[in-house]
Design a protein around this ligand. Structure first.
Ligand SMILES: O=C(O)CCC(=O)C(=O)O
Ligand SMILES: [Fe+2]
Length: 355
């Protein structure tokens, strides 16, 4: 039976409180999205703005220490802020298993997923939810998520949902070397020649893995999967399935460019923390996800972050080389709090750190 969704209160109750998610809503077979999901015109994707002549770089990581490859990583991070990597060293089975685990988790009955909502979860480090920040949003996003903050293997084994913990941990572990190689190239590109233990912690000291589920949507043109934003990470390692729908801003803010699914590859993007630490050399680019009218879609980003108590700012080496700082020193947890206190609003988050 379709839920009583005429009232916002009923919708919130069904989607958020009872754990059905927007997935449960889509599965009631509704023919059009409730008004709460209708985005203002300016936030809907205008397909006229899609640029099809250009695409983000694809980088083969098999010769990761070849100076040309290292240069292409830096070029991509400077110009595009987004690229795809192939031969990245994360085994294909690990990626396939993570996708299966995502489907398994979202396939659970609402009562089981409900144990992980904000109200019920036994820890702040495990959170199942819907949209982005429903309390702060005028229109909701057509997306459910499970977000897992990684502190230690012990905690993950104790608290993460059993449907996905092993495969999530395998993905996190399996991507460590790739992350190190990318950051070595990126630091060398800034002439920051060594990543010592302190720098390594500021760049990569905490991790969050999200499982995103975008149900098939009756009015994809009216809504969004994820609204325009840049990530607050150092780097994001994103696994997407074969449905498509991720768009990134073109160079110079022109148009939107689709990130085509490529089996076995991973999407890498620069986040705000790296834009700040690189003093603006590397760019965290605005991106968004369009809902799909024919299929469910899943994606699994690993956000590689500073630790919450780290203070971030332009790297001292850059300032010693005579650069003028573009960003101030900010406590990373303050930056993240600022991001999560408002609806997605494109590139505005980084203003928080501007001088
Ligand atoms: O689903 C995607 O492809 C991207 C999701 C995203 O941008 C995010 O979770 O920050
Ligand atoms: Fe993102």
């Amino acid at each position: 039976m379709a839920p009583a969704i005429s009232e916002s209160r009923d919708l919130t109750e069904f989607v958020a409180k009872q754990g059905n998610g927007v997935k449960g809503l889509a599965e009631t077979g509704l023919k059009s999205v409730p008004k709460q999901y209708i985005q203002p015109l300016e936030e809907r994707m205008d397909m006229q703005n899609v640029v099809t002549q250009e695409s983000i770089p694809v980088i083969d990581m098999s010769k990761w220490d070849d100076p040309h490859v290292m240069r292409s990583i830096c070029d991509a991070a400077e110009k595009w802020g987004f690229f795809q990597v192939t031969n990245h060293g994360v085994p294909v089975e690990v990626l396939e298993n993570v996708k299966e685990a995502t489907k398994k988790f979202f396939g659970l009955p609402a009562e089981e997923k409900m144990m992980y909502t904000k109200e019920n979860s036994l820890t702040n480090n495990v959170r199942y939810g819907t949209s982005f920040v429903p309390e702060a949003e005028e229109s909701l996003e057509w997306k459910d998520y499970l977000s897992l903050f990684y502190t230690s293997e012990e905690e993950a084994y104790a608290f993460w949902p059993k449907e996905c913990k092993e495969h999530a941990l395998e993905f996190i572990k399996g991507s460590e070397l790739l992350i190190r190689r990318l950051l070595e190239a990126l630091m060398e590109g800034l002439k920051v020649m060594s990543i010592d233990a302190t720098k390594s912690l500021v760049l990569t000291g905490s991790k969050r893995i999200n499982f995103n589920f975008y149900p098939k949507c009756p009015n994809p043109e009216l809504t969004v999967g994820v609204g325009r934003h840049s990530d607050v990470s150092t780097l994001t390692i994103l696994l997407q399935d074969d449905i498509g729908g991720l768009y990134v801003r073109g160079i110079g803010g022109k148009g939107w460019i689709h990130v085509p699914p490529m089996t076995g590859s991973l999407v890498i993007n620069v986040g705000d923390a790296l834009q700040i630490m690189s003093n603006g050399h590397y760019k965290s680019i605005e991106h968004r996800v369009v809902a799909n009218g024919s299929n469910d879609r899943i994606s699994v980003p690993i956000f590689v972050n500073p630790r919450p108590h780290d203070t971030i700012g332009p790297l001292p080496e850059l300032l010693e080389m005579g650069e003028k700082p573009v960003y101030k020193q900010v406590l990373y947890s303050d930056y993240v709090k600022h991001f999560f206190n408002k609806a997605h609003d494109g590139k505005k988050t980084i203003d928080f750190a501007k001088i």
